[in-house]
Design a protein around this ligand. Structure first.
Ligand SMILES: [Zn+2]
Length: 439
């Protein structure tokens, strides 16, 4: 069993009752009523927490995105959720797209999938990275193609909302657990590129303060040292991507307990795409230089003592369900195997746990609206996931072999069993029929 140090322990027993880890130890007394699973020789670890995915997106193709009916998008989301769960991801922080309805349907078991924390829509500025509009000769779409527009969906654009704090209030009213802000351009932004900062420091700080009044933390997309420093100074709780952060930014992150979610998978995918010749020259250059900066980014963050958590940035049907490849990428980029396994489990659970080292969730302002979520653990891990310890939720995955150098996680069939809250959702062949049937 994976222990708190990120290493697999000597063989032990694990008792689960009502979905909760009851006891862990050697030669536990066996409850005669309990179902006994002989897991000798198998490897058990907590379910993976993916801190950055987009479950409502299944394609990169803008034409498919604009022509798919809304119902198609949500049914594709159900498929993405199922694939993600069966891959061993039991908790996801959606970085834009999934709304409160998707989260709540998962919490009540209406559809199979991991439990979810949602940001509803990722906030951007008009014409900048993430605004999701299509521009061309004779064509001006102000619609967001990444996340479909539908009645009551809050504005994803600070320009449309009026200003950034107003946009923040919009997503919070819609039930967001997190506020997601594009604090820099992206690698593929044509105008003006990822070094551009779309928001002034004061705007970012005002957005964090507004979210704080509602007891919600803020995650910020930030690439490059300047953007990361601005995001950290403004009060972001996690930095998404963070590629090219410098030593000063990393030191600030460590000092403030800000987590880095580097999403290496998406940049490796982009570099692979660049090699196929379908990207324009400027994009090939950026994709290659970004991929070349991944190892250095991890090294700088690791040396400064920044907590790193897994994020797949999965937003394509070929990637939902392949989330665990990120564990291998983190290892290849310089984390030790125990560090990479903790990044995939307890580090993400800590980040997504309301109140864990975060003042806002502990003491929301008296006038904060009650979405019925703060403190309920509905949109957060509640500090009871990411580690197999007594009192924690039994979200777990079962492996047939020692993951060794972790490259085995790149294989889709490597995870052989998945449990969520004690219930098998991918039945390992060793499960007794009585338990396997509940799948
Ligand atoms: Zn993303």
């Amino acid at each position: 069993m994976l222990d708190r140090t990120g290493r697999f322990s000597e063989p032990c027993d694990l008792a689960v009752r009502d979905g909760i880890v009851w006891a862990v130890g050697r030669a536990l007394p066996i409850d005669p009523e309990a179902i006994d699973v002989d897991a000798r020789g198998l490897f058990v670890m907590p379910g993976v927490v993916d801190c950055h995915a987009h479950l409502t997106q299944s394609t990169y193709d803008p034409f498919e995105l604009v022509t798919a009916p809304l119902s198609t998008r949500f049914l594709q989301t159900a498929e993405a959720l199922r694939a993600t769960l069966r891959a061993g991801v039991t908790w996801v922080r959606d970085a834009g797209g999934a709304d409160a309805g998707v989260r709540d349907a998962l919490a009540t078991g209406t559809v199979p999938g991991p439990r979810l924390g949602v940001s509803v829509v990722a906030l951007s500025r008009n014409g900048r990275h993430g605004d999701g509009a299509i521009l061309g000769p004779g064509l001006e779409s102000t619609q967001d193609v990444l996340g479909p527009v539908y009645p009551d969906r809050p504005a994803h654009s600070a320009s449309v909302a009026g200003d950034l704090p107003t946009a923040v209030r919009g997503v919070l009213r819609a039930g967001a657990d997190w506020v997601m802000i594009y604090a820099s351009g992206g690698v593929m932004s044509t105008r003006p590129g990822f070094t551009e900062l779309p928001f002034a420091p004061a705007e970012l700080a005002a957005a964090v303060a507004e979210a704080g009044r509602y007891g919600r933390p803020v995650m910020m997309h930030a690439l490059g040292a300047r953007a990361v420093e601005a995001a950290v100074a403004a009060g972001a709780r996690s930095i998404e991507h963070g590629i090219g952060l410098g030593e000063r930014a990393a030191a600030a992150m460590a000092a403030r307990g800000v987590t880095l979610v580097p999403t290496l998978s998406s940049y490796l995918d982009l570099a692979a795409l660049a090699r196929t010749g379908v990207l324009p020259g400027w994009a090939v250059e950026r994709a290659e230089s970004t991929a070349a900066a991944l190892t250095e980014t991890i090294a700088v963050a690791r040396a400064a003592g920044v907590r790193i958590a897994l994020g797949s940035d999965a937003r394509h049907r070929s990637r939902h369900g392949g989330n665990l490849a990120e564990i291998s990428h983190l290892r290849r980029a310089g984390l030790t195997p125990p560090e990479a396994l903790l990044a995939a489990t307890s580090n993400g659970a800590t980040l997504c746990s309301p109140g864990h080292g975060w003042p806002y969730a502990e003491s929301p302002a008296p006038d904060a609206p009650d979405h019925g979520v703060v403190g309920s653990g509905q949109g957060g891990t509640g500090g009871r996931r990411g580690r197999l310890a007594p009192g924690n939720v039994f979200d777990a995955i079962v492996l047939d072999t020692d993951p060794g150098d972790l490259s085995l996680f790149e294989r889709r069939d490597f995870v052989r069993g998945v449990f969520t809250a004690g219930r098998p959702v991918l039945a390992h062949p060793r499960l007794p029929p009585a338990l396997a049937r509940t799948c």
